[in-house]
Design a protein around this ligand. Structure first.
Ligand code: G6P
Ligand code: MG
Length: 217
């Protein structure tokens, strides 16, 4: 059976989750809102616009649309400033060998990300050509945990959702994969990603036997 392997981007393929965190923390602190790593888990996998709303809700801050737009621009400029020198060294450990293995096995690969910066990041890290389909924040209207992004990716790869495997570091993304009836693989802390079917601390913990098993079953 042909399987689809769908990867989230931030925090799964590249170590950009920390940059999103730093850029959001700056905005939050500027508004006098406390913003911890624990709060940050709520933002992982969540669109830029929704992320700002969550921060404002946390701080019980009401803001005009004009101010919100200003902060959204500021956040993205700050975030992008961390990416100027980005190269393949920021690919997370173990990711590249798995992508290569999947390609050797001729398995279709897609990106399923909420980010509007996904393509330039894949380009800078030299990974663009590994993806048969890319679905990102420019393509979808409903944010994770809505399964839209992953369903669209599977459709582009012409694979049924039940035969699709999703790698995710966010709670919202794991939920989206589960709602889509896909096989969810959590990358990160088991205590946070406990809804995932499988959990690994990172890609170095995933061996090719596991991938072969996913292809076979
Ligand atoms: C990913 C990240 C989020 C980020 C979102 C939008 O899902 O996990 O932290 O807010 O993408 O990214 P963007 O690059 O469009 O601001
Ligand atoms: Mg992520």
């Amino acid at each position: 059976i042909k399987k689809a392997f769908i990867f989230d981007l931030d925090g799964v393929i590249v170590d950009t989750a920390k940059y999103h965190y730093l850029a959001w923390k700056k905005i939050a602190n500027q508004l006098g809102i406390e913003f911890t790593l624990e709060h940050n888990e709520l933002l992982k996998g969540v669109s830029r616009v929704r992320s700002l709303d969550i921060i404002l809700e946390l701080g019980k801050v009401e803001a005009s649309q004009e101010n919100k737009n200003k902060w959204l621009v500021q956040k993205n400029e700050d975030y992008l400033s961390y990416l100027v020198d980005m190269n393949e060294s920021e690919i997370l450990p173990g990711v590249f060998p798995i992508l290569q293995f999947l390609r050797e096995k001729q398995q279709p690969i897609a990106l399923g990300s909420a980010s509007k910066n996904a393509r330039p990041i894949l380009d800078k890290t030299g990974l663009l050509s590994y993806f048969d389909a890319i679905v990102d924040g420019n393509d979808v209207t409903n944010a994770k945990p809505d399964p839209e992004v992953f369903l669209m990716a599977a459709k582009l790869l012409k694979v049924n959702p039940e035969h699709s495997i999703v790698f995710e570091d966010s709670v919202a993304g794991v939920q989206a994969a589960n709602i889509a009836k896909m096989i969810s693989v959590g990358i990160g802390e088991g205590s946070i990603l406990h809804e995932a079917k499988y959990i690994f601390k990172d890609f170095t913990a995933i061996d090719t036997d596991f991938i072969e098993e996913l292809i076979r079953t």
